[in-house]
Design a protein around this ligand. Structure first.
Ligand SMILES: Nc1nc2c(c(=O)[nH]1)N[C@H]1C(S)=C(S)[C@@H](COP(=O)(O)OP(=O)(O)OC[C@H]3O[C@@H](n4cnc5c(=O)[nH]c(N)nc54)[C@H](O)[C@@H]3O)O[C@H]1N2
Ligand SMILES: Nc1nc2c(c(=O)[nH]1)N[C@H]1C(S)=C(S)[C@@H](COP(=O)(O)OP(=O)(O)OC[C@H]3O[C@@H](n4cnc5c(=O)[nH]c(N)nc54)[C@H](O)[C@@H]3O)O[C@H]1N2
Ligand code: SF4
Ligand SMILES: [Mo]
Length: 711
């Protein structure tokens, strides 16, 4: 057939070019992606890279449909300057020059009035790219603007892990496939990090491994479980203690291991004497039989892999509960075996030098820091939340949507509506935060700029090169930071004036991984430490090499510890000496008989994908999952409007009466846009911003509410 043949050209057209990148979203899976490139600015289907050993060809549906997001008709395309009253939706288009000039002018004016700490650059993990996400810190440090203490997601969990192991790493997550029992604890992996399931299910198929799932309702993940444990929110510490009690009682405790590798096993054994399955049953709502069965299973199965998620740490006792669950693997000695041990994050293995990108060389540690989760309190002038400093009167926001996802939404909204607050929001869509801004700048998406990523639930450093041209208009985060730096007189500071590729070159070179070009061939690097290190067989991360059953809650230094200007957080003096159940949670009471968890929606990722039609259609509308008996008592049937509330506010959703919910616990899946609810108020109206002890965090799944049929 000759080249001009119509059949061949049709065939050629169907041979789509594939671009290689990484998923930029805030998800522990950090998948390696293969993207169909249909033209210079157009993508088709997105797939998981089959040859990445963790991704193994599997990604979630919402990212597979990414063309819906990158080619979305509602993407922001032009800089906008507010032209009406705040939040009324009136904008005038502006040039990049004019918009950036205005932002710089306002920042300078604010600084002149109140000092540099009145400006609060506010960012989070909408992109996990180290250049595009973290360059804002460089601007902040160079200008000595208020610091940002990131508490909304990982802090409680990472602190709990570090208290026990002294390090943020663990057995290779791919070893789950070689386990005989995979315990999926407080993570809805089917929805939030699908690759955990790939490896866990491989273990079941190939080795007959058992899967245990522990959650507060019957999640899609739980439908895969051999042993399904639905407990009351915030009671995981009690379950962990009972499991360890049984281990000591029935001879599953590995004494030679305990003597060699842990701090005070005799003390722990004595402490747990009264933490019986009966004791734990009363607290958790589980049956004694289920607790005994779980304890016997992990006691007898040497290769038990505890995959500990974030969800169960989003309670006021969450840090202590993480530490308690982690401790089970130390009592049974599961750490010693391939396919055994406990894993939460590999956050500590990557060792990428970020001094340049974050401007750490000129960070001034005496500058006050503010708590990300307490943005509502900060913006409404709460003196404690302001740490004695000036009011916040100017903000630059990138990669996050606080007017939707932050707790105490009424305060958040009230704060962002202030007349004397200037906000610039750099965004891909007109989010509810952007709607309240003074200046909105359009941002590129990951396929349109260069960046580099680290896995959290895996062990890869992955390149995310620019694969397609952005539309005319949107610019990358780095551009905004650089242009503001020029206007604010700091462009000559170290770390400014580089392209994303130059930053990536530098990070890779310092890590001994080549440079952008060589890494592009390689696509990713597997930096999992060796078996001994991953399993802590050379000792744990503390100076004495021991696992700590008795954490040093107040003294320990970790990356998650708040800056000195903030001090310890929450009721840290009430944390237990040994693993225990601590009643720090917002317990149900007569006026608020239900406990609410705001678990993730499968088709959304935090506030992202609430704009894509495929995700929106599949999620339907904001619903509240209610046990049939609770529904009946409240006179509710599926589809009814149901109102839930507490001292922070009230929200209306639609009832979904289901046995997937436990009695006394109601579940609202997903952070829907506020405006998807009646009265324009969403689920975070109900959640609190008081800190999780001892280092901070937001207790999103620890909320008491009353419930009634909406009038
Ligand atoms: N589809 C989807 N994927 C996501 C996200 C999303 O919103 N949607 N969010 C992303 C982000 S930012 C993160 S940090 C990760 C988080 O992912 P996960 O580690 O999975 O954490 P969560 O989403 O907070 O909650 C997970 C599960 O914990 C359960 N849970 C709540 N309270 C308790 C408790 O007291 N005990 C126990 N045992 N379980 C409890 C919840 O019901 C939920 O099913 O997922 C990421 N991936
Ligand atoms: N009720 C309740 N609330 C929660 C949670 C919960 O479980 N329940 N989970 C909490 C958790 S764990 C987290 S991490 C937070 C996350 O909440 P958010 O920080 O809002 O997270 P995302 O939705 O991931 O991303 C926010 C925005 O980043 C934008 N973005 C993405 N890439 C870029 C980019 O390259 N440049 C710019 N300028 N913008 C970009 C997206 O368009 C999106 O609007 O929510 C928290 N809130
Ligand atoms: S599972 Fe997580 S990392 Fe993988 S594609 Fe989906 S959102 Fe991205
Ligand atoms: Mo998160």
């Amino acid at each position: 057939m000759n080249e001009a043949s119509p059949i061949l050209s049709a065939k050629q057209a169907s041979e789509v070019r594939i671009g290689h990148t990484a998923c930029p979203h805030d998800c522990p899976s950090t998948c390696a992606l293969d993207v169909e490139l249909l033209g210079p600015g157009r993508i088709g289907r997105v797939r998981g890279a089959p040859d990445n050993s963790y991704t193994a060809g599997v990604i979630c549906a919402k990212v597979a449909r990414y063309s819906e997001r990158v080619h979305h008709p509602d993407r922001l395309m032009k800089p906008l300057i507010r032209s009406g009253a705040r939040g009324d939706g009136q904008w005038k288009e502006a040039s990049w020059e004019a918009a950036l000039d205005l932002v710089a002018e306002k920042f300078v004016a604010a600084e002149q009035k109140y000092g540099a700490e009145t400006v609060w650059p506010y960012q989070y993990a909408g992109t996990m790219g180290l250049v595009q996400r973290d360059s804002i810190h460089r601007l902040r440090h160079a200008k000595r603007y208020s610091g940002f203490f990131g508490t909304i997601c990982v802090n409680a969990a990472w602190t709990g892990v570090a208290m026990g192991t002294g390090a943020l790493r663990g057995p290779d997550p791919r070893e789950m496939a070689k386990s005989d029992c995979v315990v999926i604890w407080g993570t809805n992996a089917v929805s939030t990090q699908v690759n955990v399931m790939t490896h866990a299910i491989r273990a079941r198929k190939e080795r007959g491994a058992k899967i245990v799932v522990i959650d507060v309702y019957e999640t899609p993940t739980m439908k895969q479980a051999d042993l399904a444990l639905v407990l009351k929110p915030g009671t995981d510490g009690a379950l962990a203690c009972a499991v360890m009690h049984v281990a000591f009682r029935d001879g599953y405790a590995d004494w030679p291991y305990l003597e060699k590798y842990t701090d005070d096993p005799r003390g722990l054994e004595a402490h747990l004497k009264t933490r019986t399955p009966e004791w734990a049953a009363a607290i958790t709502g589980l049956s004694v039989e289920d607790i005994e069965a779980f304890a016997a299973l992990v006691g007898r199965t040497r290769r038990s892999y505890f995959r500990l998620g974030y969800g169960f740490t989003r309670s006021r006792n969450g840090t202590a509960n993480m530490h308690a669950a982690l401790s089970v693997a130390s009592v049974t000695g599961a750490w010693q075996y391939e396919g055994g041990g406990a894993f939460h994050t590999n956050g500590g293995i990557f060792n990428i030098d970020k001094v340049l990108v974050e401007g750490l060389g000129y960070e001034d540690k005496t500058v006050r820091s503010l708590d990300q989760s307490q943005v509502g309190r900060v913006l409404t002038g709460d003196a404690a939340a302001l740490y004695g400093g000036p009011p916040v009167t100017a903000m630059l926001i990138q990669n996050t949507n606080p007017v939707n996802i932050a707790p105490e939404q009424r305060l958040v909204k009230q704060g962002f509506l202030r007349d004397d607050l200037f906000t610039c929001v750099h965004e891909q869509f007109m989010t509810e935060t952007a709607e309240l801004a003074d200046v909105v700048l359009p941002a590129t998406m990951f396929l349109e700029h260069d960046d580099i990523y680290r896995g959290g639930g895996n062990q890869h450093i992955l390149l995310g090169p620019k694969l397609i041209d952005p539309p005319e208009g949107p610019r990358e985060n780095l551009y905004v930071i650089e242009e503001l730096a020029k206007r604010l007189g700091i462009a000559d500071r170290e770390g400014f004036g580089l392209t994303a590729r130059q930053h990536i070159d530098r990070m890779l070179e310092l890590r001994g991984l080549g440079n952008f070009e060589t890494f592009a061939e390689q696509r990713w690097a597997d930096v999992q430490p060796d078996f001994e290190t991953s399993h802590f067989l050379n000792g744990f991360g503390h100076p004495d090499g021991k696992y700590r059953f008795k954490p040093d809650w107040r003294g320990q230094r970790t990356a998650t510890r708040p800056p000195e200007t903030m001090g310890l957080q929450g009721p840290y003096d009430r944390l237990p000496e040994f693993p225990d159940h601590v009643e720090l949670i917002e317990a149900a009471d007569e006026g608020h008989p239900f406990r609410l968890a705001t678990s993730p929606a499968r088709q959304f990722l935090n506030s992202t994908f609430t704009e894509t039609p495929g995700s929106r259609k599949r999620e339907g509308r904001p619903e509240l999952m209610i046990h049939p008996e609770d529904a009946e008592a409240a006179g509710l049937v599926s589809g009814d409007r149901v109102e839930i509330g507490n001292g922070r506010g009230e929200v209306v959703l639609h009832a979904k009466v289901t046995r997937e919910s436990k009695r006394g616990t109601v579940i609202a899946e997903g952070i829907w846009p506020n405006k998807a609810h009646e009265r324009g108020e969403g689920i975070n109206v109900l959640t609190g911003a008081d800190a999780i002890a001892p280092f901070g965090g937001a207790a999103f799944h620890d909320t008491r509410v009353w419930m009634r049929k909406a009038g």
